[in-house]
Design a protein around this ligand. Structure first.
Ligand code: ATP
Length: 907
């Protein structure tokens, strides 16, 4: 059976089922296993967009790459083949490192995307089961509801108010209505109303469909569109850095031109030597190792966030998280545990209390402290409505109880059990004819059930939406509202239930729900705050981040929970969604700043809140789970979706997905975001002084070093050869800066206010630091070079052999002193503003591993004959080592002093 070659949209539902060997009750399990073997997994074979060659080419094809290639070619024409080999080698190694990093980071992000679960409901052997979307096979019958991502190509066999957004496939962002009637063979994809295609999103309604194609056989697989923009490696900071690289390239070209002119005209240096200085300078000034270091920082950050349950879907979010200044969070499940337990039933002034915790369907019902053994009819009626107008299922999981469906509904099922109701049996006995599912917008759910031969409309929902539909006297309304208030004040979520006896109708006609219902009673449940949320909110407040709770729940309930969480201070109150509607822009801005708890909020209010906060320069993280939250999630700087309870639509719209739905994980992600940013800045502050220092060393040498006469010819004294600069630049810099990606967060980092997103990376402070270190490094290195060269060669004309020996010795000590400067500066860089001690000397052991490895490599550079041949180095004696170390160490006290001066309290 070739599942994807049939024109399924032209066939009736029954013939589709027959052709696929399936039934409306789904496939039996053993058939599924057989088909899985035959059709494989329902997943798209991913290609990471750019192929390996393209990724490799990108590493070379940039201004820096071309400049280095030009420098290498110049060295070839000057017959300096070793230097040319090192420069070309550097380009190659750089490209390989860049390639590996980019390829691995792309794969890592793809792997993260795969961590976000994609579950779907299939009907197998007559019962609905939650399965991974990957396990679907042609012939499977699946059900869809609003917020779901269509998991495979489906021929629809039942629909109710179904609207599907097909932008992923057709580019059309307006949702299209769907039906079940077959269409003509030549209907284009967008007009095939009886089909739902993989990767599209259900924005409203419910449906049942049979899978006609999976994986690469789906329409999406055929056009090979990738839904996740994986492998996206650009962030605002990397873009800023790309600009810096171009700036450096231009500066290098200018300085090189000046140096060559100066060398040839003013110092009378031979052309080839002056050109070699130019090659050295190009190799010196360009931060070859930087791209690798930056990618490592970001990749480490993404990994650590995933370990703390926040999966980043878009890499730039890693950085944005660090500057988050307001977090707007849902209540249920994020700040509270989403473990609802019904505590009270209220019926016409009578209060019934339930015992037992969680979803375990055991416990008693008490009235006035006395346990009931028989249950009065009104209570039975209330619990019947709560159980029938309900889709949740409880199931035993060992000793614990698990649920399928909505926690609020599961709590109602558990409450019903305490009065002896078996939900499955009750639902079978009173067949459901029609349903209007719960939506956050409408805040109610209604079903039509056959009870004792009659159709009954059952309604449950938020009190105010139920009350307006009921026939009640004013006095009754007041009593009910008072009761509601009492329970809401205790932090309880209140669900009201009502019913209407119908005639023989088969469907809910909208007018039936508008008024004239009979009010039955209230069911009140608790959902305790998460203890870790209280802690995390305190942590955010200390970090200058405002936390706002945005909930669909009643204002009194929201206030009570808000107080427990520390979001509301004495006298502060919650604001209601509807109060936001009439506000002017300026009033809205004031309101959003002065209120921390928003209740009875509909998803569209969330957008208004995000915009009002952004208008005041805030960087906003906003959580959401429903299909209608998607626009707010997209609009927020960081949209955060719930991995467990969130709809597929919300996950697609979000930049971060919380695997545990827990507020504490957002706080953790923000902390990691600050760490990543700090580490990126640290890496820059560490790497760039070396480049500037090397460029200064070479320029100082050109401008101020004397020319020496070697066997009658003028020779320029070069403090460093091109290959030596590359050694420092590529090997030493990378070895030392990688450990910075693992640096712990500074104790102060979560106590300072969030960074403004406009703050430039190269603040005055960083630039001063870079220049200061570069000067110390280059002055020390030049001084040592001259000292050592003339100590060996003496003043005046010198033989070629003596010159070569003195030059090797002087260059070796020069390289070693720069390496020591880097080592000591690395210690300083672990905290840019505070002393090394404040950071904990041994808190990042990888720093010492890096230093150890580098010292070993430097010994090899000086001692190993092949490397000596390559780099023109020579072994140093103990005196020279100590001298290099002493000169390199100067940077430590000087920068410590500079930090101390900066940190002095202003007088
Ligand atoms: P958030 O997760 O944003 O904090 P919430 O879960 O508290 O929101 P909603 O789910 O929008 O809020 O629910 C709003 C109100 O609707 C609740 O206070 C409750 O009265 C009612 N409600 C919640 N779930 C259901 C349901 N399954 N059926 C009927 N009514 C419900």
């Amino acid at each position: 059976m070739k599942a994807n070659t049939r024109q399924w949209h032209t066939l009736t539902e029954d013939s589709v089922l027959a052709e696929l060997g399936s039934r409306i009750t789904g496939l039996p399990d053993d058939d599924v296993t057989q088909r899985q073997k035959k059709y494989g997994k329902n997943s798209l074979s991913r290609s990471s967009g750019a192929g390996p060659w393209l990724i490799f080419w990108r590493q070379v094809n940039n201004p820096i790459g071309w400049l280095l290639l030009a420098a290498g070619s110049l060295a070839v024409t000057l017959h300096k083949l070793t230097d040319a080999a090192v420069v070309f080698g550097a380009v190659g190694i750089n490209a390989i490192i860049g390639f590996i990093q980019e390829y691995r980071a792309g794969k890592a992000i793809e792997a993260l995307a795969a961590m976000i679960p994609e579950a779907t409901t299939a009907i197998r052997g007559g019962t609905p089961v939650t399965v991974s979307a990957e396990e679907l096979v042609p012939g499977d019958v699946v059900t869809l509801q609003s917020g779901d991502k269509v998991p495979a190509d489906l021929r629809l066999i039942r629909v109710k108010n179904l609207l599907v957004e097909e932008a992923a496939l057709t580019g059309e962002s307006l949702p299209v209505g769907k039906g079940i009637d077959a269409v003509s063979a030549d209907a284009p994809l967008g007009d095939r109303v009886c089909m739902a295609y993989s990767g599209t999103m259900v924005v409203q309604g419910t449906a049942t469909g049979v899978v006609i194609a999976t994986g690469n056989s789906t329409e999406l697989g055929r056009i090979n569109a990738l839904l996740n923009q994986t492998g996206q490696l650009e962030t605002p900071l990397t873009r800023q850095l790309a600009k810096v690289s171009s700036g450096i390239t231009v500066a290098v070209v200018i300085v090189v031109a000046v140096l060559i002119t100066f060398g040839i005209w003013f110092k009378g240096a031979p052309v080839d030597e002056a050109l070699m200085v130019a090659v050295s300078l190009a190799a010196a000034a360009i931060p070859e190792g930087l791209p690798a270091v930056i990618t490592i920082c970001l990749a480490v950050g993404v990994r650590r966030m995933a370990e703390r349950h926040a999966v980043v879907r878009h890499l730039p979010a890693v950085e944005t998280l660090g500057s988050t200044s307001v977090i707007c969070s849902d209540k249920t499940g994020t700040l509270t545990r989403n473990e609802m337990t019904v505590q009270v039933a209220w019926l016409d002034g009578q209060e019934y209390r339930f015992t037992g915790v969680g979803y375990a369907p055991y416990g008693d019902i008490e009235r006035d402290g006395i346990r009931l053994t028989t249950f009065p009819e009104p209570l039975r009626e209330l619990l019947t409505i709560a159980t029938l107008c309900n889709d949740a299922v409880l199931h035993a999981e060992g000793d614990a109880w698990g649920i399928t469906g909505d926690p609020t509904e599961a709590a109602l099922v558990a409450a019903g059990h305490k009065a002896g109701f078996d939900a499955q049996e009750l639902r079978k006995r009173h067949e459901r004819l029609d349903v209007i599912p719960f939506e956050s917008d409408t805040k109610f759910m209604a079903t039509l059930n056959r009870i004792d031969g009659e159709s009954h409309i059952l309604l449950k929902g938020a009190l105010e939406v139920v009350l307006i539909r009921c026939e009640l006297s004013e006095a009754q309304r007041l009593t009910i509202n008072d009761a509601m208030d009492t329970y809401a004040r205790q932090g309880m979520r209140v669900i009201a239930c009502a019913r209407r006896r119908g005639a023989q109708q088969e469907q809910i006609v909208p007018g039936d729900l508008e008024q004239g219902l009979h009010f039955v009673g209230l069911l009140c449940m608790i959902d305790p705050p998460r203890s870790e949320a209280v802690e995390a909110i305190r942590f955010c407040h200390a970090a200058g981040i405002t936390v706002k709770m945005i909930t669909g729940d009643h204002p009194v309930t929201a206030e009570s929970i808000g107080r427990e969480l520390g979001l509301l201070k004495h006298g502060q109150t919650a604001m209601q969604g509807r109060d936001l509607d009439g506000l002017s822009e300026a009033q809205l801005r004031d309101a959003v700043m002065s209120t921390n708890v928003f209740a009875r909020v509909a998803p569209e209010h969330k957008i208004a809140l995000v915009q009002a906060l952004q208008a005041q320069g805030h960087v906003v993280a906003m959580t959401g789970d429903g299909v209608n939250d998607a626009p707010a999630l997209k609009r927020a700087d960081i949209g955060v979706a719930m991995g467990i309870t969130g709809t597929a639509v919300s996950k697609e719209a979000a930049k971060v997905v919380l695997m545990d739905d827990n507020f504490a994980s957002i706080a953790a992600a923000v902390e990691e975001g600050r760490r990543v940013y700090d580490n990126l800045v640290r890496s820059l502050a560490f790497v760039l002084p070396t480049n500037l220092g090397l460029a200064c060393t070479l320029s100082l040498a050109m401008f101020f070093f004397p020319t020496v006469r070697v066997e009658g010819a003028n020779e320029l004294l070069m403090a460093l050869s091109p290959s030596q600069t590359l050694w420092i630049n590529l090997v030493a810099s990378v070895t030392l800066s990688v450990p910075l990606a693992f640096e712990v967060l500074e104790t102060q980092a979560m106590k300072r206010a969030p960074r403004s997103p406009d703050e430039p990376v190269f603040s005055g402070f960083i630039v001063t630091r870079i220049v200061l270190v570069a000067l110390l490094m280059s002055l020390g290195a030049c001084g040592l070079f001259l000292w050592e060269y003339f100590r060996i060669a003496g003043a005046g004309p010198v033989s070629a052999a003596r010159h070569a020996f003195a030059l090797a010795e002087a260059q070796s000590i020069c390289v070693t002193s720069i390496i020591f400067s880097q080592i000591f500066y690395l210690l300083n860089c672990r905290s840019l503003r505070n002393s090394l001690r404040s950071q904990g000397i041994f808190s990042n052991p990888s720093v010492f591993v890096g230093i150890g490895v580098l010292l070993l490599m430097q010994t090899g550079f000086l001692q190993l004959t092949p490397l000596q041949g390559f780099f023109g180095s020579t072994p140093l004696d103990t005196r020279a080592w100590l001298l290099a170390m002493a000169v390199g160490a100067i940077v430590l006290p000087v920068i410590t002093l500079e930090k101390w001066l900066r940190n002095r309290p202003a007088r």
